[in-house]
Write a protein that binds this ligand. Structure first.
Ligand SMILES: [Zn+2]
Length: 287
């Protein structure tokens, strides 16, 4: 993926309080950030597939295929640039560090199976690491500093920039997952799963407006605040009273790809993209 920064953006990075971390992250290409001109900001924290060599060498063969990636979401959301959205996409896999978990690794779903900050099991329940090779607490802290914090510094800085420019921000968390994952949920997941932290991360009007879009189509099933209520990013940055509406969309992968081979389905994908596009456009009509 091409680097999206220009010198003006670098100057902006140097001006923000976390400039050094931010610039270091740029040099390492930990993420790419495209800055748009609208209030919409799309974050795709599980799109990354890269594994540093030293970490990959300690993983099982199956885990090195990074099966729990939100496959192809940056391709699905590529059109968001055409509607002037900002987009941030990480390079590294959630197996390195999960950007959508809190840095203290408190469970997002107490009492239910979930995966952690530096997961050691796959969604299949199989191990990620070879025996005795799991990351230690010190290594987890290093990964948070090297990969997690730069992504979040960039998220916070871009939210602040958009809010200063427009007075409001719509933070859209784009995710996808296999439609059947017994380790995490029973049965088959609905196609579109909107999460707003049970209504805490966005205004009631915004949630209503998005639900209306899904209610007026017949191709896909949907649920609002069902099994997936929004992860750490949605819950942490969503602040509707202060002009930040955050929404997570967890999409069932069977709608745009082959869940076994991970191949993108060019026949199915445009139909699902059309509904995502209507959702994103609805966020701008609601203010
Ligand atoms: Zn995800």
């Amino acid at each position: 993926m091409a680097r999206c920064f220009d010198f003006a953006k670098l100057r902006f990075a140097m001006l923000n309080t976390n400039g050094f971390v931010y610039l270091a992250a740029l040099r390492m290409e930990i993420f790419t950030l495209h800055r748009g001109t609208s209030p919409l900001f799309v974050s795709l924290p599980h799109d990354g597939t890269a594994l540093p060599e030293d970490i990959a060498a300690r993983m099982t063969e199956g885990a090195r295929r990074v099966p729990d990636t939100d496959w192809h979401v940056s391709r699905l959301y590529a059109f968001a640039r055409e509607i002037s959205a900002s987009i941030i996409v990480p390079k590294y896999s959630r197996y390195v560090v999960d950007l959508n978990r809190p840095p203290d690794d408190v469970s997002l779903y107490p009492g239910q199976n979930t995966t952690g900050l530096c997961p050691i099991v796959q969604f299949s329940g199989e191990k990620i690491y070879l025996p005795g090779q799991e990351p230690t607490p010190d290594e987890i802290a290093r990964r948070v500093g090297k990969y997690w914090r730069p992504y979040h510094h960039a998220l916070a800085a871009e939210i602040a920039r958009i809010k200063a420019a427009h007075g409001r921000v719509v933070l859209w968390e784009g995710h996808s997952i296999r439609s059947v994952v017994p380790f995490l949920f029973e049965g088959r997941l609905p196609d579109f799963n909107l999460g707003t932290a049970n209504g805490a991360s966005c205004s009631p009007e915004m949630q209503r407006c998005l639900a209306d879009v899904l209610e007026t189509q017949r191709d896909y099933s949907f649920l609002v605040n069902g099994r997936f209520k929004g992860g750490y990013i949605t819950r942490h940055y969503g602040d509707p009273a202060n002009g930040v509406d955050a929404i997570q969309l967890e999409l069932a992968q069977c709608n745009y790809m082959d869940e076994d081979s991970f191949a993108y389905d060019e026949t199915k994908a445009p139909r699902v993209q059309a509904v995502i596009r209507r959702l994103l456009l609805a966020t701008s009509s609601n203010s």
